[in-house]
Each structure stands twice: as structure tokens, then as C-alpha cells.
Design a protein around this ligand. Structure first.
Ligand code: GTP
Ligand code: MG
Length: 287
């Protein structure tokens, strides 16, 4: 997000706090995918703070902006809770290539490091390569996987949750095939997977996570809304924040559909998964 940071930071290099500064800031925030509503909210909050604190130096305004942004993002901070159910069943959805399977691989390692036993469900049954990809993560993490050649994704999910119960696993992670929210039959298929998981365990799924690519821009908000409407999301994983992602879309999500961000992906390797901190994210966005 360095590029975003420098374009926002550039706004504060002048000597005066005036309309021109706020206009430049508005442009920079919109360019960073913050969206119209969140940008307006941020500007209003910022102007209020500037008045209250009687700030006169643009550098001080930048600090105040970091505070406003942190406040906006704080509702997205939440940690993934494991242990209230056995197993905790986590369903993972998202558009093609968002980073679902990779994030599941990283999450498996994260959970295993915390002493949780994990079972993977390869409910992306469309492509053999998808099953194999998840299989590689299972091997790498030495965890079991339920996989079925050409199987029905809902049936695989049912089997995995049943196996998770029978084998006393702490967590079952269900990987699904990528799809666009406009592909109605595929969205219905996800709803079916969710319903069938509930048949295997009446309290499940306990988490329904959407994986979004941090580079998606404003469309990420549309994805959150559509998948939330279809599946009642409990959390997000935002990936690829190590690249050229602008990051501002989280402000738009916080403003319009505040689904908590459990993790962020910052690379392709197994350890490149971090918990989301509003303060750190705001600071990175303005760095
Ligand atoms: N740089 C970077 N790359 C990532 C990150 N997460 C995933 N990727 C890469 O993004 C690509 C797609 O990742 P997958 O995990 O296969 O995505 P998916 O959502 O499972 O894709 P489908 O199952 O095809 O819909 C792979 O090349 C990953 O290595 C991340 O946080 N940072
Ligand atoms: Mg995948």
C-alpha cells in the first residue's frame, strides 16, 4: 500500500490547512478506493477534529486522519474464536482466484500452531487441480483431507463435517470453488453447501468467510454485499495486501457493510497471514 501512502501523504506536505488541502485529500482517498460515503465521513470527522484540536500544521492533520481512519476501521477488528463447538466448521467462499485455497492453507498452519486439529474439505470439486492444490496444503500441514473425485460439493462438505465430528477434530475448513456473485446458480450452490453442512451439524457452519483480493478496488464492496446477502457472512479474509493493493476499500466496507476482517494475506507463503489491526492498517495506508 506504499503507493497509496505516498499519494495521501503528499497532501500534507504543504504549509497551510485550507480548502485545497481537503480537496486534494478527497481525491487521494477516492483514488485509494475508499468510496464516496466513507470519504465524506472521514473528511467530516477530520474537519471536526482539526477544529477541536486547533491544529495549524498539515502534519498534525495527517495524524488526526490516522485517528479518524482507525476509528472507522475498529469495528472490523475481531478474532476468530475456536473451541465453542467441536468441530468449528468454517466455510470459505469468494470469486475466482481471490486466494481462498491459499488462505485455507495458511489458516491451517495458524490453527495447527495453536494446537487445533484441522480437517480440510475439498468442496471445490470442479477441477482436479483444485483438489490437488488443497491436497498439497494438507500434506504440507500434515492434516487430513476429505476429497472426492467429481463429487458434489455439498456431499463432500457433508462427509467432511460428519468425519470431523466422528474424528473429534477441532476445526473443519471447507474450500469452495470460485464464483461471481452474478452467477446465480453457483450462488445457490453455495447456499446448498451451507444448508447441507447444517444437516451434518445443526449448529454449523459456525463461520462463513469471504476471501477478497485486496486489489479488487470498489468491486470488493459489491462482493461483500452480494455474498453477505446470499450466505450471511461472519468474516472476511483480505488477501494480496503485499502487492499494489490500495487498501482504502476496507474503509468503504467498514462504512457500508461492516463484516469483520479476521485475517489479511500479505504474501504467498504459509506464514503470510496476519490478524487485522485497525490502527496498523490505518498507519500502513498513510505511511
Ligand atoms: N501476493 C499474494 N498472493 C496471494 C495471496 N493469497 C493468494 N495469493 C495467490 O493468488 C493466486 C490464487 O490463489 P488461490 O488460493 O488459488 O485462489 P482461490 O480463490 O482458491 O482460486 P479458485 O479456487 O481458482 O477460485 C495464487 O497464485 C496464490 O499464490 C497473498 O496474500 N499475496
Ligand atoms: Mg481455490
Amino acid at each position: 500500500m506504499r503507493k497509496t501512502g505516498s499519494s495521501i501523504t503528499g497532501v500534507f506536505t504543504g504549509t497551510r490547512i485550507d480548502d485545497a488541502l481537503y480537496e486534494e485529500l478527497e481525491d487521494a482517498l477516492l483514488m485509494a478506493d475508499t468510496g464516496v460515503k466513507a470519504t465524506q465521513q472521514l473528511l467530516e470527522a477530520l474537519k471536526r477534529r482539526v477544529k477541536e484540536t486547533k491544529a495549524t500544521d498539515p502534519a498534525a492533520v495527517k495524524t488526526l486522519l490516522a485517528d479518524c481512519l482507525t476509528e472507522l476501521l475498529v469495528p472490523l477488528e475481531k478474532s476468530l474464536a475456536i473451541g465453542a463447538h467441536q468441530p468449528t466448521v468454517i466455510m470459505v467462499a469468494g470469486v475466482n482466484g481471490a486466494g481462498k485455497t491459499t488462505s485455507i492453507g495458511k489458516l491451517t498452519k495458524h490453527l495447527a500452531d495453536h494446537g487445533e486439529s484441522v480437517l480440510l474439505a475439498a468442496a471445490d470439486t470442479f477441477r482436479a487441480a483444485a483438489r490437488e492444490q488443497l491436497g498439497v496444503w494438507a500434506t504440507r500441514n500434515t492434516v487430513e483431507i476429505v476429497s472426492q473425485e467429481g463429487g458434489d460439493p455439498a456431499a463432500v462438505s457433508f462427509d467432511a463435517v460428519s468425519a470431523g465430528k466422528a474424528r473429534g477434530k477441532d476445526v473443519v475448513l471447507v474450500d469452495t470453488a470460485g464464483r461471481l456473485p452474478t452467477q446465480l446458480h453457483l450462488m445457490q450452490e453455495l447456499q446448498k453447501i451451507k444448508r447441507v453442512i447444517t444437516k451434518a451439524d445443526a449448529s454449523a457452519p459456525h463461520e462463513v468467510l469471504l476471501v477478497i483480493d485486496g486489489n479488487t478496488g470498489q468491486n470488493a464492496l459489491a462482493q461483500v454485499k452480494a455474498f453477505d446477502d446470499a450466505l450471511q457472512l461472519t468474516g472476511l479474509i483480505v488477501t494480496k495486501l503485499d502487492g499494489t493493493a490500495k487498501g482504502g476499500v476496507l474503509a468503504a466496507i467498514a462504512q457500508e457493510r461492516p463484516v469483520p476482517v479476521y485475517f489479511i494475506g500479505v504474501g504467498e507463503k504459509v506464514q503470510d497471514l496476519e490478524t487485522f489491526s485497525a490502527r496498523e492498517f490505518a498507519q500502513a495506508l498513510l505511511a
